[in-house]
Design a protein around this ligand. Structure first.
Ligand code: SF4
Length: 500
């Protein structure tokens, strides 16, 4: 973060005239923000006026700063309280993201239509238990993210279909929630019959596409992705069938990029590939050193600074494509922009304070055991059951939300109480995962200078505010506002997908 460099002494600060806000040097000025997510970009002189109590009736910034509660004169406390409650309503929502691992079977397995895979597959009974548990959530909308531990949930396609159909039937007849289904597939078991069923049941397909053939196929040494030719063939099939079915608002297939060093070295070709394939969102998923063995990391890894430098250029290039008329969003930036420009609950559990592990998101193992998120499930797979919360057969929803581990995750990620975050201008738009802190730093809280998400989120917000500093009429600001309204924006789920 930028150091605080104004030359005001405490005696210059008219504390009684100020509302509560945080501030920092952003976009060549001073950004002030508060817990309601209200913000204003000020010049240094304007900020000095605010601190000194000189922003009064007649000052050009008075009305705006009064309405946002940055200054106390005429503060509408009830309205501010309502906005803060709105900004934090995810805390009252209940688990809405349900990550279900349907199989642990590897690439050599065949899609056998629902055998138990030698105990590696979720059974139909367990899938029904998952549905029953999920439907007890207080959230009015639920998202099921269906995955396989080795990347291919379609190896257990009969249970996948049973889970979706059971949830749809139960919901239609007795529960009345809105449901979203998403399958994260490496396409190795995809067939045209499966594709038709997924389209007919509005199950969004998420695949890995790491650029043009030379980059994507080279990257396959470290991912579970299908060959480039196969990925492109399936993307084209889903897009063609969507057009034939005449459902222009649905997003039948989207893709994510596994951001290895090879990808970051040739990022422009990767973005161009997404444009060429007619994809409407792109998401570069950074690698985490703690999840990769040191020898491999030496080949495919990078420092946070290297990643952020490339990410910034990627973001600028994607916006440049939009200026030329291309309809493409960068997903992390779109979610952060939504938090900055609206009071909407994005549903992105990685960008919430407190983090949604166990309270907004649940991960289910093939055996029906419950974990606060997918990273926690993989900590268990590595031999440490520290995050185990219970089982769909025995845990009740009230036991879940009161579980000491869920409470520990919430208290470790409440940004108001964390060093650095408590004073950070980006606090209303930010969040991090305590489970990932545990993996990368050895404890739930971690330290922000060693936290990649901190650097990443700060970098994204800073870039967005630079564009917004140009004013509402600037082309970049208008592009961001389009992204916020885009149906291609992937929300109500995880920003961070499994590194496979
Ligand atoms: S994690 Fe987010 S809120 Fe905390 S210091 Fe970093 S950028 Fe600021």
């Amino acid at each position: 973060m930028e150091p605080h460099s104004l030359s005001l002494t405490p005696i210059d600060i008219a504390a009684d005239s100020l509302g509560f806000f945080r501030w920092g040097h952003v976009a060549g000025g001073v950004l002030v923000s508060n817990d309601a997510g209200d913000w204003a970009l000020l010049s240094e002189d304007e900020f000095a006026d605010v601190l000194a109590g000189r922003v009064v009736e007649g000052h050009p910034r008075f009305a705006d700063l009064q309405r946002k509660g940055i200054i106390r004169d005429g503060l509408d406390l009830d309205a501010l309280t309502a906005r803060i409650a709105q900004r934090n309503r995810h805390m009252r929502r209940g688990p809405h993201v349900h990550v279900v691992t349907l199989t642990r079977r590897g690439p050599a397995a065949s899609a056998n239509g629902g055998g138990d895979g030698g105990g590696a597959d979720m059974s139909t009974e367990t899938a029904e238990g998952v549905v029953e548990f999920a439907l007890q959530s207080t959230s009015p909308a639920l998202t099921f993210e269906l995955q396989g531990e080795q990347g291919e949930p379609l190896h257990n396609v009969a249970v996948l279909r049973h889970l979706v159909e059971t949830a749809q039937t139960r919901c239609k007849h007795t529960v009345g929630k809105s449901l979203t289904f998403r399958v994260l597939t490496n396409l190795t078991a995809m067939t045209e019959a499966h594709a038709e069923w997924l389209l007919a049941n509005d199950v969004e397909v998420v695949v890995r596409l790491d650029g043009p053939a030379a980059i994507h196929d080279a990257n396959r040494a470290w991912t579970q992705a299908a060959a480039h030719a196969d990925v492109v063939r399936w993307i084209e099939l889903f897009q063609r069938r969507q057009a034939e079915l005449a459902r222009p608002t649905a997003v039948p297939i989207s893709a994510v990029v596994t951001a290895t060093r090879r990808v970051l070295d040739d990022w422009q070709a990767v973005v161009d590939e997404y444009v060429a394939r007619g994809l409407r969102s792109i998401y570069f998923q950074p690698l985490h050193a703690a999840r990769v063995d040191p020898a491999t990391w030496a080949t495919i890894g990078y420092t946070p600074a290297e990643y952020l430098d490339r990410y910034r250029r990627i973001l600028e290039y994607v916006v440049e494509q939009n200026r030329r008329g291309v309809d493409l969003i960068e997903r992390t930036a779109a979610v952060v922009a939504t938090k900055i420009l609206t009071a909407a609950d994005t549903g992105a559990v990685d960008l919430q304070s407190p983090n949604g592990g166990g309270s907004g998101q649940i991960a289910y193992g093939v055996d029906g055991r419950i974990f606060p998120d997918d990273d926690a499930l993989r900590v268990d797979a590595d031999g440490d059951p520290i995050f185990l919360l219970g089982d769909v057969r025995s845990l009740s929803p009230s036991e879940l939300v009161r579980h000491p581990t869920v409470r520990a995750i919430a208290s470790a990620s409440l940004l108001d109480a964390q060093p650095m975050c408590a004073d950070c201008w980006n606090k209303p738009f930010c969040g991090y995962s305590p489970v990932r802190n545990f993996i990368t730093q050895g404890d739930l809280v971690g330290q922000r200078p060693h936290c990649f998400e901190c650097k990443h989120h700060m970098g994204v917000s800073s870039q967005l505010f630079e564009w917004l500093a140009g004013g509402d009429d600037s082309e970049s600001a208008q592009i961001l506002r389009r992204w916020v309204q885009s149906p291609a924006r992937l929300v109500d789920g995880r920003l961070s997908l499994p590194p496979r």
